[in-house]
Design a protein around this ligand. Structure first.
Ligand code: UDP
Length: 239
């Protein structure tokens, strides 16, 4: 990652599933809790960028399996991520930290467009930057965008917050009781074993560009702040 010395800068990926609190739409209590934890880390001196998913609204692949044209369904999915981004921005500001939303699809009344150098400037000034609308490209996922944004904005680490699991397991712990949690994992193994905790293109992009990833569970109170501050929770994934 090409950057000079600067305070710890990280990219946090939050899936839409989290924001929905288990159903379609938004659970403001969940978003507020995540926002408060992010604000705490910013006050402790960490520069925080966020990529939000949109699975609590629409997933393009699911709509397309039910008859919609895939690319159009994917645009709906991307628009869902923007709603999550606006909600997160709102609660981060209510928690006392300035926040900006930048979207990969231009919508000037709602948010800034994605401008990497401006995003870096915001981070340097202690503002949280929330990236919405994914990559602006159908057939991509917000996991892959999270790795791309982390690389382009010079983040030290990609932090992937998960619901229901506290890291990467040898198999899906909800289906296989013999699954074991891993403290460390290489990208090669993640890809070879088909571990789907993050999608394969996100693993590959991170591997090819030397970005480390930490997958952690958001179930425990304060875990988002801990991950942002650099505590070694969850599973480290690296080259
Ligand atoms: N999406 C897309 N391109 C992107 C990012 C997202 O087409 O660059 C669409 C895709 O349909 C996806 C939906 O937006 O299913 C929501 O994103 P994702 O599934 O990654 O959200 P998460 O699972 O993290 O909630």
């Amino acid at each position: 990652v090409a950057h000079g010395h600067h305070p710890r800068r990280v990219l946090l990926k939050l899936s839409g599933e989290v924001f929905g609190g288990g159903s379609i739409g938004l659970d403001p209590d969940v978003v507020s809790d995540a926002a408060t934890q992010i604000a705490d880390a910013v006050r402790a001196g960490v520069q925080v960028a966020v990529v939000v998913g949109g699975g609590n609204f629409f997933r393009g692949a699911e709509l397309s399996a039910r008859g919609m044209e895939r690319a159009r369904a994917d645009y709906m999915g991307m628009l869902g991520t923007v709603m999550n981004a606006l909600a997160l921005q709102d609660f981060i500001e209510k928690a006392g930290v300035p926040a900006r939303v930048q979207t990969a699809i231009a919508m000037g009344q709602v948010a800034e467009s994605y401008i990497p150098l401006r995003a870096i400037r915001h981070l340097e000034k202690g503002r949280v930057v929330v990236f919405g609308a994914g990559a602006g490209l159908p057939y991509f996922s917000t996991d892959t965008v999270a790795a791309q944004r982390a690389l382009e904005t010079g983040c030290d680490e990609l932090l992937v917050g998960k619901n229901g699991v506290d890291g990467v397991y040898t198999a899906d712990p909800r289906k296989d009781p013999s699954a074991v949690k891993l403290d460390h994992l290489t990208y090669e193994r993640a890809l070879a074993d088909g571990l789907a905790v993050v999608d394969a293109s996100a693993f590959a992009l991170s591997r090819d560009n030397g970005l480390t990833m930490r997958v952690f569970g958001m179930g425990k109170d304060g875990n988002i702040t801990k991950a942002l501050l650099g505590e070694k929770i969850g599973t480290l994934v690296s080259g």
